[in-house]
Ligand binder design. Structure first.
Ligand code: SF4
Length: 284
């Protein structure tokens, strides 16, 4: 008998401790929906997160989960994927976790094209530690640590991802979990590194107006947009007055796991060296 999974089948008994109205509830529902759309058995999925309100998410999903150190989502996710290539690995991170302390890992995960999907929940603030400025906060905004206005220029996650050769880049918002689920499904189906950038309000430290800001400043990509054209993706990412939602960029290229397997085959075809033979290559 074939088991049919519904979104509810991925929900576990742990109740989210997010503030009422937090955008991350929308992301959680989109994750349930995406897993059900793909009919993924829970034991075939691993969610790896860092630290932050966003990174609590794996605790609320009935799959394998791992809560890594702050910013260390990508190296752990890479390890899981290489050790268990058959597992669908999803990274869960926030703007601070991914683009501040964990920033150094991103370009390498992208250029290697590791086969994972990274969901980056971006609210421009460190919510878990009560409202410090994050690298994606727009200039001039007030937070607990920028009481006279933020003087730093923000990082735009999508522009950054394009510069790092990310092979699939999509954007969605917590206002539309159905659309977000579609983007997550595309990311999981993609053989390589995919980023789903999600604008997800922090109602406690940015206020409910953040929902209005997202409503006013986002727009779906036009139907004429060709995600396989890098120039079009750049134009879409660099639009100044609005942030586009949808599939911004996608290219097909070998993922890291298949290149590692090919390397293992090449090395084995040359025969396995003994430790002594190996040592002779390095010792005079
Ligand atoms: S502090 Fe902000 S991000 Fe964290 S749970 Fe509350 S609303 Fe969500």
């Amino acid at each position: 008998m074939t088991v049919q999974y519904s979104p509810l089948d991925y929900r576990n008994d742990v109740k989210p401790v997010w503030c009422v109205g937090c955008g991350h509830f929308g992301v959680l529902n989109a994750v349930y929906q995406a897993l059900a759309t793909l009919q993924l058995p829970p034991e075939n999925v691993a969610l790896v997160s860092g630290i932050g309100c966003s990174s609590r998410l794996p605790g609320y999903v009935r799959t394998y989960g791992f809560n890594a150190l702050h910013g260390r989502v990508l190296p752990i996710a890479l390890g899981v994927k290489l050790a268990r290539p058959e597992t669908v690995v999803i990274g869960i991170t926030g703007d601070g976790d991914a683009l501040s302390i964990g920033m150094g890992h991103y370009p390498h995960a992208a250029r290697r094209n590791i086969d994972i999907t990274l969901i980056m929940m971006d609210n421009g603030i460190y919510g878990l530690t009560k409202g410090q400025v994050s690298p994606t906060l727009t200039e001039g905004e007030i937070t607990k640590t920028t009481i006279y206005g933020n003087i730093d220029h923000p990082i735009d996650a999508v522009r950054f991802a394009l510069g790092c050769q990310t092979s699939l880049i999509a954007r969605s918002t917590s206002l539309d979990p159905k659309h977000m689920a579609e983007m997550i499904v595309r990311g999981i189906k993609h053989r390589g590194f995919s980023l789903v950038h999600v604008l997800s309000p922090c109602v406690t430290f940015r206020g409910r107006e953040q929902y209005n800001w997202i409503r006013e400043h986002t727009e779906p990509l036009p139907e004429s947009h060709n995600p396989e054209d890098f120039r079009s993706a750049l134009d879409a990412a660099y639009r100044e007055d609005k942030l586009y939602t949808g599939l911004i960029y996608q290219e097909e290229r070998d993922d890291y796991g298949s290149r590692v397997s090919a390397l293992c085959e090449r090395s084995q075809s040359k025969g396995i060296l003994t430790l002594e033979e190996l040592a002779r290559q390095f010792l005079i």
